[in-house]
Design a protein around this ligand. Structure first.
Ligand code: FA5
Length: 344
């Protein structure tokens, strides 16, 4: 029995010596020192030994167990130390390496232009309003003097969701919503920036989704000259004091009289070029005096109150201001294009 124990010890110690990972050490521990291991097995059979042999073999078996356990612990520590050293070597940080550059973003050109427009009108005492992009037929058309079947509805080809719901084709419904929320005697002075949608075919100056900024001023004694004064001030501040504005008669069912405003072309200084299609002028907005029917439907008495409204296209304004030749640049998000307009 003594020889067998010594043999087992030699065998176990050799295996410990050869073990290359902690998993093998666990296996050795289980197979030599575990409950079903050969040493425990031998200890169980000690009853068959003589009274003299029993303590000697018992002592030897315990010594062998202890020696194997110590060898296992020592090897385990050694392997753990090696693993730690290896990990530390792998994770060494070279503090002399240059840092990775952090890319700094910036607002989209359209966002900057909208903020610029908002700032200009806030400076003239207008407040900012918002309205829903999914709009009812009533606010998008009917409340703006465009009853069902009115031929002028064709001026704005629409994306309908149901019979009564559509993606708004302009920001003008916010006029009716803002007036309707008042009691019919409070003055209104607001602008409303936002996205609008039309079934327009995309080209250099048209997009099926674009932005508009609506403006509305309602009070007693508001005149066309007030509209002209506000638009003139806006245009000079936005494009520079050397730019001329021109109001042309036009038609919108919700304003009477109606006008469209042109800005003298920056590229050719009014002489005529490809950008202004040879006319020397570029259209940026529609406007007019709020139609009495629109005032009445929103609860304002047109005998006492009058107002002006306008709706401009910020993409067209940015194109004119920065000489951008295609509206699609705003939406294709080529970072090289957008980066040119990041303010540092
Ligand atoms: C309107 O949408 C009117 N609601 C404007 C208005 C408001 C008139 C208040 C009177 C009173 P219009 O369809 O012309 O009008 O559009 C106004 C501006 O939006 C245009 O001058 C142009 O700058 C811009 N715009 C129109 N269609 C597109 C398009 N498909 N892509 C980009 N910009 C467009």
């Amino acid at each position: 029995m003594k020889e067998r124990l010594l043999e087992l010890k030699e065998e176990a110690l050799r295996k410990v010596e050869e073990a290359e990972d902690t998993k093998s050490l666990q296996d050795i521990r289980v197979s030599y020192l575990g409950k079903k291991g050969p040493i425990t097995e031998m200890l169980r059979g000690m009853g068959k030994l003589s009274a003299e042999e029993r303590p000697v073999i018992g002592q030897l078996a315990n010594d062998v167990r202890e020696e194997i356990a110590n060898a296992l612990d020592a090897k385990m520590k050694k392997l753990e130390d090696i693993a730690l050293e290896r990990r530390m070597a792998e994770e060494t940080i070279d503090v002399t390496l240059p840092g990775r550059p952090v890319e700094v973003g910036g607002p989209h050109l359209l966002t900057s232009i909208l903020e610029e427009i908002e700032d200009l009108f806030i400076g003239m005492g207008f407040e900012i309003k918002e309205g829903p992009e999914v709009e009812t037929d009533y606010y998008n058309f009917e409340a703006l003097n465009l009853p069902k079947g009115h031929p002028a509805r064709d001026m704005q080809d629409s994306f309908y969701i149901t019979e009564e719901l559509l993606l708004r084709t302009h920001t003008s419904p916010v006029q009716a919503r803002t007036m309707g929320a008042k009691d019919g005697s409070e003055p209104v002075k607001m602008i409303c920036p936002g996205k609008v949608y039309r079934r327009d075919t995309d080209d250099a100056t048209h997009s099926h989704q674009f932005t508009q900024v609506e403006g509305l001023l309602v009070d007693e004694n508001v005149r066309m000259s007030d509209l002209k004064g506000v638009l003139n001030k806006f245009a000079k501040q936005m494009f520079g004091s050397d730019r001329e504005i021109r109001l042309r008669p036009s038609f919108f069912p919700f304003t009477e009289p109606s006008v469209e405003m042109d800005i003298s072309c920056k590229m050719c200084n009014g002489a005529g070029c490809s950008v202004c299609k040879g006319t020397g002028w570029i259209e940026i907005l529609g406007a007019g005096m709020v139609h009495p029917n629109v005032l009445r439907m929103a609860g304002y008495d047109p005998e006492t109150y009058s107002g002006f409204a306008f709706g401009m296209g910020p993409e067209r304004i940015a194109m004119l201001k920065y000489g951008i030749d295609d509206i699609r640049h705003f939406y294709t998000n080529d970072i090289r294009f957008l980066k040119q307009y990041h303010k540092v």
